[in-house]
Design a protein around this ligand. Structure first.
Ligand code: HEM
Length: 489
């Protein structure tokens, strides 16, 4: 996106284009007198300034964005009919917004927190958004718990601070979080930069090929820069010295032509295997172990262009898990299903009903054609064309082709728990992750967890949290209990 006009020459003007005579002294009633309401330059300037901010994202408020290119490196046409994936060598423009989750806009980048990974593919069949994290799993498995979870990560209504009590109370009472929390307090919990971490689609998605065959798929973006992390002490120091450390790192790397890249992989499960797989494949607290479904390399992602205007292109960018293209669709994952609603709703509140028309958000390789019109910020792009369908004036027509394949369903409606498969419980994969770690990694994990759990004000909150880790691995629980009690003595 380049500047629309030259703001470097000519007279300073008001918004309506009238020349401004004095931008340093307001118009006053006499040399020492009060200001006049007829000073429209002053009034317009103050009023505009008051409206510079839009609501920050309720989560993932701090972020950094960059444009890039996705290139297909393997033939996946037997799995999906998506056109942007249809040919080896095919390139698609992308925009990626990284973020932290819990901090407000004014926070710091070097925090122990998941990193958001919101990737927009500007495909010829519309924009495809993959709104994931740098972690393959999540804390909870049902969308209805998300606002409660986030409230515990944000500031307490009374103290105005993030409270260890709230965080550990919720996690202790939500044992399905044990896997993600083990991940978060391990070495990868504080990436050194956005360039030195992986990205994941996290959820399971549906791919469907030309013949209508369905597959379940998980996306992995493996950093080619190598994984680099910060220890808690390094992060504490950096957050104080350079709160924008991730933003600076990304911008500077792209400015010097050191374009970060990721190798894109997918795990693919034939649809018929889902019902009997040892883990529920639609449970976001679980991974599919690579031994079960080996990742297949399908592409390369490169970031190679910085945005020119952070507010226009990063703050106003919008991503939605509901932005699919033909050949890709949702799975019944209850988190994903909730997110299909939440993001469009957030965009309409945060950026407005015409957010999709902004240059960073609109399709770049096709046009949006429909009867939606007007609303705040509408730019009149449709001129006098008809705004209804069907019409006999050459308007756009529905295709009759569903984007994704239908699911076979049965059973009764109800507030069901996520069905458990043969090896599902809340702790098995957390235990596996702990046992995969070296002795040093385990020790750092325990120190990180203990340092935070020790801050809670009530023993029962600490004990319940520790009990979850003990259920994942007995030794993990014992070591953690000892470390916490030493800190609380
Ligand atoms: C039901 C659960 C969830 C709900 C209701 C939810 C809701 C939201 C909302 C309202 C926003 C702000 C959107 C905006 O203002 O533009 C957001 C941002 C985001 N969420 Fe979620 N979220 C959920 C779970 C997740 C999960 C599981 C992931 C990752 C696996 C995730 C990744 C992100 C990312 C990356 C962003 C930032 C997008 C951007 O850069 O603009 N969220 N979420």
């Amino acid at each position: 996106m380049s500047a629309q006009f030259d703001n470097t020459a000519g007279p300073l003007t008001t918004e309506s284009g009238a020349p401004v005579s004095n931008n340093n002294q307001s118009e006053a009633a006499g040399a020492g007198g009060p200001l006049l309401i007829q000073d429209q330059v002053l009034l317009e300037k103050l009023a505009h300034f008051n409206r510079e901010r839009i609501p920050e994202r309720v989560v993932h408020a701090r972020g950094s964005g960059a444009y890039g290119t996705f290139t297909v490196t393997a033939d996946v046409t037997k799995y999906t009919k998506a056109k942007f994936l249809s040919q080896v060598g095919k390139e698609t423009e992308t925009f990626l917004r990284f973020s932290t989750v819990a901090d407000s806009l004014g926070g710091a980048d070097a925090r122990r927190d998941p990193r958001g990974w919101a990737l927009k593919f500007y495909t010829e069949e519309g924009n495809y958004d993959l709104v994931g994290n740098n972690t393959p799993v999540f804390f909870i498995r049902d969308a209805i718990k998300f606002p409660d979870f986030i409230h515990t990560q944000k500031r307490d209504p009374y103290t105005g601070s993030q409270e260890a009590d709230n965080v550990w109370d919720f996690w202790g009472l939500s044992p399905e979080s044990t896997h993600q929390v083990t991940w978060l307090f391990g070495d990868r919990g504080i990436p050194a930069s956005y360039r030195h971490m992986n990205g994941y689609g996290s959820h399971t998605f549906q791919w469907v090929n030309e013949a209508g065959e369905q597959f379940w798929v998980k996306y992995h973006f493996k950093t080619d820069q190598g994984i680099k992390n910060l220890t808690q002490d390094e992060a504490n120091k950096l957050a104080g010295e350079d709160p924008d450390s991730h933003q600076r790192d990304l911008r500077e790397a792209i400015e010097r032509g050191d374009y970060p890249t990721w190798t894109v992989q997918v795990q693919i499960m034939p649809a018929a295997e889902a019902a009997t797989y040892r883990f529920n494949p639609f449970d976001l607290t679980k991974v599919w172990p690579h031994a079960d479904y080996p990742p297949i390399e399908i592409g390369k992602l490169e970031l190679n262009r910085n945005p020119e205007n952070i507010f226009a292109e990063v703050e106003q960018s919008i991503f939605s898990p509901a932005h699919f293209v033909p050949g890709i669709g949702p799975s019944p994952d209850k988190m994903l299903q909730g997110r299909l609603f939440a993001y469009g709703d957030a965009h309409r509140y945060r950026v407005g009903i015409n957010a999709d028309h902004l240059p960073v958000n609109r399709p770049h390789a096709t046009e949006a054609r429909n009867g939606n019109r007007d609303g705040q910020g509408y730019d009149g792009r449709h001129g006098g064309q008809k705004n209804y369908e069907p019409n006999s004036f050459g308007g756009p027509n529905e295709t009759g082709q569903a984007l994704w394949a239908p699911l076979q369903l049965n059973g009764q409606t109800g507030e069901w728990e996520t069905p458990k498969h043969a090896q599902d419980d809340d702790f098995v994969q957390a235990g596996d992750l702990y046992r995969l770690m070296s002795e040093d990694e385990q020790s750092r994990l325990i120190a990180n967890l203990a340092g935070f759990i020790a801050k809670v004000s009530r023993d029962d909150i600490a004990e319940r949290a520790i009990a979850n880790f003990a259920k994942a691995d007995e030794q993990f629980g014992k070591r953690l209990a000892t470390a916490v009690s030493e800190l609380r003595r």
